[in-house]
Design a protein around this ligand. Structure first.
Ligand SMILES: [Zn+2]
Length: 82
């Protein structure tokens, strides 16, 4: 979950990122990478349910060179917020 540390949303051709605390640049890059892959891959509809985080999306997302560091940072931050 991207709660509090960095939250990205894609709206048409814009990506808006809200940053609540100091966040390393690789985390911002990770959020942008994540959101642009939503734009690239779109949403699949399965049994009437919209699925954005497909296995294909996961492969693309993990191709970001600092994926694991960014995910670890976001996980740690989300645990501190709770
Ligand atoms: Zn997403």
């Amino acid at each position: 979950m991207l709660q509090a540390a960095a939250v990205g949303r894609i709206w048409r051709f814009w990506v808006c990122i809200s940053i609540a605390r100091d966040v390393p640049s690789y985390v911002i890059d990770h959020v942008i990478h994540h959101e642009f892959h939503h734009r690239k891959l779109g949403v699949k509809v399965v049994n009437g349910r919209r699925i954005a985080h497909t296995p294909e999306f996961g492969v693309e997302e993990r191709s970001f060179e600092h994926y694991h560091e960014a995910q670890a940072f976001l996980t740690k931050m989300s645990m501190e917020v709770q």
